[in-house]
Design a protein around this ligand. Sequence first.
Ligand code: SF4
Length: 582
Amino acid sequence: MISVTFWGLVFSVTLLGDASHELSVSPCPNVRYWSYFLPRDSDLRKVQLRVASFDNEVSVPKTKKEEIARLSAALLAAIDAPVPVNPTCKISKSKFMAGLQCAKRGYLQVRHPELASSVDDSRMQQGIEVGSLARQMFAGGVLVAADHRHLSDAIRDTRELVANPEVHVIFEATFERSGVLVRTDVLKRNGKGFHLTEVKSATKIKPEYTDDVSIQEYVMQGCGVQVKDTNVMHLSRDYIYDGAVGADGRRVYDISRLFATEEVQPQSDGQVTRTLDEQFRVLAQPQPPNVEPSSQCNSPYYCEFYDHCHPVWADNDIRSLPIAGCKIEALRDAGITSIDQLPGLIALRERFHLTKKECKFALGAKEKEVQINPALVAELEALRYPLFFMDFETVFPALPLFAGLRPYDQLPFQWSVHVRSKPGAEPEHHEFLATDNNDPRRDFISSLCAVMGEIGNIVVYNETFESQRLSELTSWPPGFAGRIKKIQHRLVLPVVRNHVYHPHFAGSYSLKAVLPALISEMNYDGMAVANGQDAGLAWESLLQGGLDQEERDKIKNALLEYCGQDTLALVRIMEKLRLPCS
Ligand code: SF4
């Protein structure tokens, strides 16, 4: 037997006497087709192994060791050689990246884009702003202006710019190879080649950027354009905006400190071609690949087919329970798919390793009951009046809006507080919303401190979020740190999340899911601003200007209604949980 081993693969050739033979190739994702040929000569001097995917042929002499080493090198080269990509359609870089995140996402983007939910394009808009700022780092750059509807023009213009040695920097250069189309953020000429720079609005290098630059380099090299190195330029969290504004009223950032650039090593041509070949093979199928929803649905990017792949679970489906995903899977593997089929406490604990709390929720759901942890009674009795119900709204823009802020710093712009002075008293409502173009932080915290007084517990829905925002406000504006710390000491830990489960929560603890389950007459349906993201976008639209008074009033009212509803919801939920005052 001659055995050649590399990359964990074994190609083994067995020669038995003059007449019989056996050849096997171990399973390998890189080799899908193989065949062999044995010359029918008398001494079986050679076996020819043909790995069809790579269209390579190598000969295996029977005995010579040095020839086996040559075979090993030849096969290794064959495996690393570009696979002839067999495009069944055209894909862009973003579709290639989608296919890497999830084969089904890549397939649906190309074959069934109509199944996607509408996605928030504010992030895309932010990326465009960051990209155009990054261009200021490259003086004299020429933009390939033809857009995605005129790609052949963009490719032609790119070819001309690449061929023109007078052009040192190209923005949005466009290339196509083997059915893959890429647009590069920045190309900077260096001798006969180019430095490639991809601009990201993130604040650090992420693993997926390797794939991002790899596909760009692959396509460019295939078009005969030499890539000297591949870089990612991203926002820097070390940068603090100084508040500078230009004559036109626009914010002026120190670009050299706003961005950081790091080199990212691309993958080999062989790796990229294998990935592409696999993606095109999937795209050629009549049906999307069967992929179970999992952590990839949110990472590295939120998938626009989330709703399509995540139906709302029926009340009786065990996937609606707030139980760790791996335990749900174990239950389903055991044939337990509905809440009615759940076994008893001992089996849940010992066989499926549910925590005490998970058992309580699971069995409560089986009994179709709301589950309230008995410890809640003592916690509620310990609350001190006046009782405050508080909620903040914030934005965290990539490009800081006011002096002293870094990229993605949280900026609070609105609060709502309901106060119940004593058990049974009607709650009083207080609120704040910044509506002009000034930094809202000073007015936000001074108005809040004026309402919160010195005593009484403070109920928030997500204690970590509000507490972190308060901590940030201790460093700016000056003069509030002492009062803020006292407010933080009065915060109550999350009551619902820690102590309550209702079958109608459908596995979610968002206030939007919890409120209608506990208080049937309250929900967020039909509200112009119905979640935190809407609130941030609405507030930023107030800042950008260009709205008439009627539109501004409409937005302000929608924001006030939404934040007020959040704290009123807390009041009602606490009543429902049999707060002594109710
Ligand atoms: S929701 Fe999840 S499983 Fe469905 S396509 Fe997107 S990433 Fe894939």
